[in-house]
Design a protein around this ligand. Sequence first.
Ligand SMILES: [Zn+2]
Length: 117
Amino acid sequence: MNKKEMLERFSLLEKRFQELQEDFVTIKKDLVQLVEENHQLAHENHHLRQRLDDLTPDSNQQEFKTKDQHKDSNDPSIGEGYDNLARIYEEGFHICHVYFGTPREEEDCIFCLKFFG
Ligand SMILES: [Zn+2]
């Protein structure tokens, strides 16, 4: 290998190294963003779980995860929780078992609407 070749290879490696560094910076930025998002979601999840606990003091939370939801109209606490869930829905979050607690897009969710029907 002559000097010219060596210099060419060296500058090529240098270029690759710079590209790798740029990739590294990009990935690091993405990672920071993901960590922030994760933190926000964890916070939001915690907040929603607390609200859910507040809304359903007596009933088992598992009820929201099962498909068949039976509404006992004789229990006044369920009616109240129901109103609160409606409010959460209005605030822009899913209350259905499929996407519970996640932010809702503009349009209505058919799973959430089933809950009202
Ligand atoms: Zn929904």
